[in-house]
Design a protein around this ligand. Structure first.
Ligand code: ZN
Length: 50
């Protein structure tokens, strides 16, 4: 797995979010979840899977 692989997509601007922008990863009710700072709109978002 490479670091440049997209981690998910921004729900606001639909830009790609790479692992470099992930702030925290956790599990919510058994499912993996994360907060990331979008490089495009600079918002802290829940990236959605691409
Ligand atoms: Zn965004």
């Amino acid at each position: 797995m490479t670091r440049r692989q997209p981690f998910g997509q921004c729900p606001n601007c639909h830009g790609s979010i790479t692992r470099d922008y992930v702030l925290i990863e956790y599990e919510s009710e058994g499912r993996p979840a994360a907060f990331a700072e979008c490089p495009d709109c600079r918002d802290v978002v829940h990236p959605s899977a691409e």
